[in-house]
Design a binder for this molecule. Structure first.
Ligand code: FES
Ligand code: FES
Length: 940
């Protein structure tokens, strides 16, 4: 290592530093100086999270070697742009316009935008977008539109047209902040780069060991031996940890709750024992003084593997003669039926029109900008503290305790500020391995995956293969559906029962279908395990059903939007699982969409050319709020100074649960007349807060609202005197009245799991509804599709925070565009970074009046403020409007996602020869009808 002294001017100050000019990047050096507002996401120049200015030019500091940095350069980082007490207009605008969700990308965007506005303080929106495209600024949360809004507003401040004060939130005259754009409290730290995320926390911990993983580079093998001796002898190494060091049973504890499951849910090793089941399995971990030492030693761990056949998709894994991947259970570990009304074999024969097809949806990667990161240490009370990105910190206690061998009541899980997850953190693997390392070494440990490791280790959305059929009568009324869908669960069964059960809930959702038969199946493979992802289990079913709705409408000679209008739920209709809903807004949503649709159709017709064909597609979408019967709590405490603290574990994955908790508390305590800054939040720490449940199923806003109102009422009842005024804290104490109360939300007596023999049941309290439109342009010569416009009309109940609502809308629709057109994690050698995985950069997403959301608000009776959730409806079925628009544009029906250019082109070429690339019906392990008959004869 050749070290050099340098003096660098950073943020206007000369800083002396020592670095290895050949090895260190500018990002390494800046972060070592404590300027951790410069984030490391991809670390390969693909995300812009590390953007800084050098002499006014935007550069990605993670790929700028120090040998290419001169002492004459002037460097500006996010910390040099503004401070919490003196914000730059860009920072204030990002707060005001919701340019910050998880916030991990925000410093990079703000620095990049500063570089633009310093050169051109009157840019057009497209110039802003082109700038971010050129500088590879990537955001996975916002859908980019709020970021561009923020830059345009900041530019106005810089031009003197408005003041920075105009961008600050003001409480409305009626004092009500529910439903307004109240900014999230954490945004201030995020826009100034002062928010420490997991890796920042890890590098600032004292006496911490850095971990590096040993991965197998193969997806299926027997482990013959593991030799750690050479690695143990490497400089700085404290310990090399394998499964032999694990004190517990080395399993993730995910019990399978369905009587239909042929497994117990304990099949996932934390550290690999005698087999490799996917390329993200961890053979060993090295704990060393520095990250570099740990990674160098990890390369010296020797292991012998005996390769086994790799089953990289579910069709191969359920084919006759396939090896059983787990010794304890068959590859196809669960099948779940739906049985409603008459046998659809008869129904289809009687139907005037029938559409059928086979559809594949891919292994969608979550692609957060922050790769997974976690820390752990045992404190002087013997408590094992684990910091991570979890979306279920209480659940994690239960899921890892037995496996790591540490008592549940001695583990404390803390959610770090999180650079987004979108669901993958439902799997507690990260917390488990870092906890094992802290236990094995007796020292504090930190681990941050590089992006390739992140891709292999963290779960993805389950791919699916579906054979689906729907029928209607001559008036276009649906008569029945049947479907057979197989999910690829990857290497482990965890959370697996939700997929086949979910198929029976989401297939045909939004429509009254009198007769249905269906089978949801799920199989183990040797690919990465699937896990939660926004709208888990739904996009797979909408992929086939919403395309078939267009295909059937065409056969019946009815416009696709009107065909849907004929069939959506009306007041009192029952779902395909036989339950009713609290509201029925689908027809009203379509009424609102109709003029936008007609205008888009006319425009597409006018602007279409033989070379660039334009088309319009629609799709309906829905998702549940709360996945099943559940119980949640928050606590509320009156403080000595008259302020109130809300304690909750509504994990913030970027959706803004801090804003939700604050707004709920403020509104619920209005009789006390508190201002927002008199409300304190203590969140996401099992050592301090009660269990508010998972940040999943679009439930955090809805459930914390219910709990908070209950807690607030209990607190105010205790404070209320006979004359109606309220006791002070001192008066409460003097009278011996408790100052802390727990609020509850409970649906265990009102909602029920699905019947395993029929699929009938009512697991969820509320639902969200939507209809989506896409306008696309398909370049015929290449098959390349561009989404020109996307519009949503939804009903999520009363909107609690317009900034969060729009954030979920634009972010969710962005994921859907990527799902439809480009994103995949399939090739484990190639899909290791954002670009290869088809990440959606800014110019692939529409903007301004071409990227919009409209809504109606049907108050939900089960929520005191009338809200439902507002997340997953935007990603359940909205991708299909893009696929339907491609068909409308050029006649290419894409059955197997994503609709990358080569696939669209192949279908266009096939059509020209009177052929098609549509797949034949998939063989999904058995004949569906025989399996359904067997299940009926032998109920569980
Ligand atoms: Fe540097 Fe992604 S571009 S961290
Ligand atoms: Fe941009 Fe989360 S706010 S990545």
């Amino acid at each position: 290592m050749a070290l050099s002294k340098m003096i660098l001017n950073i943020n206007g100050v000369d800083r002396m530093l020592i670095c290895d000019k050949d090895k260190d990047t500018l990002a390494d050096v800046i972060r070592r100086l404590g300027l951790t507002g410069t984030k490391i996401g991809c670390n390969t120049g693909q995300c812009g999270a590390c953007s800084v200015l050098i002499d006014g030019d935007v550069i990605r500091s993670c790929v700028k070697k120090m040998k290419n940095v001169s002492e004459a350069n002037k460097i500006t980082t996010i910390e040099g742009i503004g401070t919490p007490s003196s914000l730059h207009a860009l920072q204030q605008a990002f707060i005001a316009f919701g340019g910050v969700q998880c916030g991990f990308c925000s410093p990079g965007f703000i620095v990049s935008a500063k570089g633009l506005l310093d050169k051109n303080c009157n840019p057009t929106r497209q110039e802003v977008r082109d700038w971010f495209q050129k500088h590879r600024n990537a955001c996975r949360c916002t859908g980019y539109k709020p970021i561009v809004d923020a830059v345009m507003a900041a530019a106005k401040v810089l031009r003197g047209e408005i003041t920075i004060t105009d961008l600050q939130y003001k409480i409305p005259a009626d004092g009500k902040i529910y439903g307004t754009a109240y900014p999230r409290p954490a945004a201030l730290a995020k826009v100034t780069g002062t928010c420490d995320y997991g890796d920042d926390i890890g590098m600032k911990m004292p006496e911490v060991l850095h971990l590096a993983l040993v991965l197998p580079g193969i997806s299926h093998a027997n482990i013959l031996s593991i030799d750690t001796s050479e690695a143990e002898a490497m400089p700085g190494v404290e310990k090399v940890i394998t499964y032999r060091d694990v004190k517990g049973n080395n399993r993730i504890n995910f019990p399978m709750m369905s009587p239909r499951a042929k497994c117990d849910g304990f099949d996932r090793w934390i550290l690999a024992e005698n087999k490799i089941l996917r390329c993200g399995d961890v053979i060993a971990m090295v704990a060393a003084r520095t990250n570099e030492e740990a990674r160098a030693a990890a390369k010296k761990v020797k292991f012998e593997l005996e390769p086994l056949p790799e089953y990289m998709n579910a069709l191969d894994a359920v084919a006759e003669g396939a090896l059983q991947i787990h010794p304890e259970h068959p590859n196809m570990f669960m099948e779940f039926p739906l049985r409603k009304g008459r046998d659809t074999r008869d129904v289809m024969k009687e139907s005037d029109y029938v559409a059928e097809g086979s559809f594949y949806s891919q292994r969608e990667p979550h692609l957060p900008i922050e790769p997974d990161t976690m820390q752990a240490y045992i404190d002087d009370q013997g408590i094992l503290n684990v910091h991570c990105k979890s979306l279920g910190i209480y659940a994690t206690l239960f899921l890892i305790s037995q496996g790591i061998g540490y008592p549940m009541d001695k583990i404390r899980i803390i959610e770090n500020p999180t650079g987004a997850s979108f669901g993958y953190t439902a799997s507690p693997f990260g917390p488990a391995i870092v906890a094992i390392a802290a236990m094995a070494t007796g020292k504090a440990c930190t681990l941050t995956l590089n992006y390739e490791e992140h891709q292999h280790v963290t779960g993805k959305r389950a791919p699916s293969y579906a054979n689906t059929r729907i029928g209607c009568d001559k008036n276009g009324k649906l008569t029945g559906m049947d479907f057979d869908i197989l999910f690829d669960k990857g290497a482990y069964t965890e959370l697996g029962s939700g997929l086949p059960e979910g198929a029976t809930r989401f297939m045909g959702m939004c429509y009254t279908i009198p007769n249905a038969r269906g089978l949801g199946r799920v199989s183990i493979t040797n690919h990465n395990h699937s896990t939660a992802y926004r709208a888990a289990g739904a996009p797979q079913t909408f992929t086939s059903f919403e395309q078939l709705m267009d295909m059937l409408a065409e056969k019946a000679g009815i416009d696709p939007l009107e065909f849907r209008y004929n069939n959506v739920y009306r007041d009192g209709d029952v779902s395909n699982n036989g339950h009713k809903f609290s509201v029925y807004p689908m027809a009203a949503l379509i009424d609102k969409m109709r003029p936008v649709y007609q205008e888009a159709l006319a425009r597409a017709k006018k602007e279409s050319t033989p070379e660039k064909r334009r088309g319009v597609g629609v799709s309906c979408s829905a998702y549940n709020t709360c996945g099943g019967p559940e119980h949640a709590e928050v606590a509320m405490e009156l403080n000595p100074d008259g302020t109130v603290t809300n304690f909750n574990t509504a994990e913030d994955q970027g959706q803004g649960t801090d804003a939700h908790a604050l707004v709920h508390t403020y509104e619920a305590l209005r009789p006390l007349g508190l201002s927002p800054d008199q409300i304190k939040l203590v969140m996401n720490d099992t050592g301090l807060c009660p269990d508010t449940g998972l940040a999943a199923g679009s439930r955090t806003h809805y459930v914390t609202g219910r709990c908070t109102v209950d807690a607030a009422n209990k607190l105010m009842d205790a404070m209320r005197k006979v004359d109606g005024s309220f006791r002070t804290y001192d008066e409460m104490v003097a009278e011996g009245i408790p100052t802390k109360y727990f609020g509850i939300s409970d649906s265990t007596s009102t909602n029920f799991p699905l019947d395993p023999n029929t699929g009938m049941g009512d697991p969820s309290i509320e639902y969200m509804w939507g209809v989506f439109l896409a306008e696309v342009e398909v370049e015929v010569a290449t098959g390349k599709t561009k989404v020109l416009k996307m519009h949503a009309v939804v009903d999520c109940g009363t909107i609690g925070n317009i900034q969060s609502f729009e954030g979920q809308a634009f972010g969710g629709m962005m994921h859907s565009i990527g799902f439809a057109l480009s994103e995949d994690y399939d090739d484990v050698k190639k899909d290791i970074n954002l670009v290869n995985s088809g990440f959606s950069y800014i110019n692939t997403i529409p903007d301004a009046e071409k990227y919009t959301v409209d809504y109606i608000e049907s108050p939900r009776p089960s929520n005191p403020f009338g809200s439902s959730g507002c997340s997953e409806v935007f990603q359940a079925g909205s991708h299909v409007c893009v696929l339907n628009a491609i068909y409308n544009a050029c006649g290419a029906r894409i059955h197997e996602l994503p609709a990358r250019p080569e696939k669209v082109k192949a279908e266009l070429d096939a059509l020209a020869q009177g052929k098609t690339t549509a797949p034949k019906p998939y063989f999904l392990g058995s004949d569906m009808w025989e399996t359904l008959d067997e299940m009926e004869k032998n109920p569980v």
